[in-house]
Design a protein around this ligand. Sequence first.
Ligand code: ATP
Length: 284
Amino acid sequence: MTLALQTTGLGVRLRRAWALRDCSLAIPAGRVAALVGPNGAGKSTLLHAIVGLLAPTRGTISVAGEAAFMAQDKPLYEGFTVAETLAFGRRLNPGWDGPYAIGRLERLGIPLDRKVGRLSGGQQAQVALTVALAKRPDLIALDEPLANLDPLARHDVMRALMVEVAEQRTTVLISSHVVADLEDTCDWLVVLNGGTVQVSGDIDDLLAGHQVLSGPAEAAGGVTSRTAVVEEVRTGTRVRLLVRGAPVTDPRWSARPVSLEELVMAYLRNPQCAALPRLAEVSA
Ligand SMILES: Nc1ncnc2c1ncn2[C@@H]1O[C@H](COP(=O)(O)OP(=O)(O)OP(=O)(O)O)[C@@H](O)[C@H]1O
């Protein structure tokens, strides 16, 4: 399997504090990876380091091919027209695909002579995305591209992105606070918490490997000795366990599948737990 991205022992210190610490992760080529984590987890720092805007203080980063980046907040100059924005992109990027950029914006009905500042938030996001895609990157890193967009625009931007990357076989790493925005489109999950990678893996494998068990609190010890408990919630005599590992056959327990949101939240609330494949398994 080809890797699009690999970081090993990556640490980034910003001023006096470590924004990232000992981050080792690998993302196979062609995946659409969700990067989730709370405020200050280090998502932007990780993306900046991956695309070369920040130098690692420790460890290594390896990207197969060219990386493009779409920054958080206002990644465009509002005083430029759309056409000027594209001309700027062409000047800065040797591999720039001008006909593709113009064609994409025309299909979206975004006027090239309009100032960027006079476009809607959704249209601005589409222009920024077009600029990143027109570089024809092998890896595209998107830092909260959906923030400030209404639900319809979020959906449109994600759908447009998915069509493009499926055609170009680009690897995507996209950060968001909102798991629901990424659930339908991403097939890889990276959870960053407190500057370290807590979860990284194929979403289907992660969902298949976890379950929610409900049963009598006094029997919890029998489960916790056999399987890794990510989260335990007790209500009176009952207990609900989000576990990773072997199915439980004891009839006192009922089991149900876990949702992606539940899985992410359980890990974030329990930073001492981790679900990380060995890097050798990802690249095998
Ligand atoms: N320029 C900087 N100088 C010093 N510390 C910084 C700087 N930028 C970020 N940090 C710190 O680094 C840590 C990680 O920040 P980062 O912006 O990468 O997190 P994030 O997960 O992207 O957060 P958010 O979801 O709020 O955008 C935080 O503790 C933050 O305060």
